[in-house]
Design a protein around this ligand. Structure first.
Ligand SMILES: [Zn+2]
Length: 309
């Protein structure tokens, strides 16, 4: 009897224990997340970084006022999109977009346009198969493209100039405001070859006497147009000017005439992409200084031109 009683008591005890464990398992685990999730700290660190937040941080870190305008705007995507990673580039080419997508970088910060004109105006090529296919790829991949042009030049130091000077290794020969450099004595040919080597391009083109010796060089990166390029050619002491791209019937012909008129100068056309790519590599480094929540990477667009030897 006592044994039976004892075993019944033990059974009752076991049943009670089982019920307690069951109740705890069902309700205990259900309740737990509720007490963890509302933590404010968790919300702050794990919450989504939006395109708008990235743009606001950029604006705060520029030395110049943000004056808006039609150029530095988002061209695809939306301000409230969640950013998983940032790619900086000279130009959002199809190749660059594919590389960004493969790396999970869904915000592309491009210096130059995506849709083939300065304003990224899509109307002229509205029914164009290339523009349509590019836009479809971007939209399918849910990629936001922001153009960072005017204010990357306006901030001090000019971001594009800084990248270019760093690649040339000319930091001690001049500054990023003036863009006039007093380099060790060289010739037009040697200087042109060293640019081709440093930027990995075979399409550097030159007007002027290759044997002319020089020490003072002006730089007008990108495609600023003949006004600025001719102004630099006429700065006192400047013997050669390096430009990104130039219309062949403007500055190029001006320099041909300079030489014929007894004013020997050289024009080195290094290519638009090569002259501004390093400035967007520098942009990635700059962004990393204040954007730490997502990866920031530079993707080189490069120069698509090649020459027939
Ligand atoms: Zn530029």
């Amino acid at each position: 009897m006592t044994n039976k009683l004892a075993s019944m008591t033990r059974m009752k005890y076991n049943y009670t224990l089982l019920i307690i464990i069951l109740v705890f398992t069902v309700f205990g685990f259900k309740e737990k997340p509720k007490t963890i999730i509302p933590d404010k700290k968790l919300e702050n660190t794990a919450s989504a970084l939006t395109v708008n937040q990235v743009l606001n941080q950029i604006k705060q870190n520029l030395t110049c006022e943000w004056g808006g305008g039609p150029i530095d705007t988002i061209k695809t995507g939306a301000l409230d999109n969640e950013v998983t990673g940032i790619a900086t580039t000279f130009m959002a080419t199809m190749e660059v977009i594919k590389k960004a997508k493969a790396q999970g970088l869904n915000l592309i910060i491009t210096h130059e346009p995506t849709f083939y004109n300065h304003y990224d105006d899509m109307k002229p090529l509205k029914n164009d198969p290339v523009q349509q296919a590019k836009l479809k790829y971007i939209n399918d991949a849910n990629i936001t493209i922001f153009r960072f042009h005017d204010y990357w030049h306006k901030t001090r130091p000019d971001g594009i100039n800084m990248g270019l000077i760093n690649t040339l290794g000319w930091q001690e020969y001049g500054d990023s405001d003036q863009m006039i450099f007093n380099i060790p004595k060289t010739t037009v040919e040697e200087l042109s070859k060293s640019i081709a080597e440093k930027f990995g391009t075979s399409t550097v083109r030159v007007v002027g006497n290759p044997a002319m010796s020089l020490t003072t060089v002006g730089i007008v990166p990108g495609a600023w147009g003949s006004d600025k390029q001719i102004e630099m050619l006429n700065q006192s002491g400047v013997e050669a000017v390096i430009v990104g791209e130039s219309r062949e019937w403007e500055t190029v012909e001006y320099v041909r005439d300079m030489n014929e008129l007894g004013m020997p100068k050289a024009l080195i056309v290094m290519g638009h992409a090569d002259s501004e790519d390093p400035g967007m590599e520098y942009c990635a480094e700059w962004l990393k200084g204040f954007i730490t929540q997502v990866p920031v990477k530079y993707i080189r667009a490069g120069n698509p031109l090649w020459t027939a030897e």
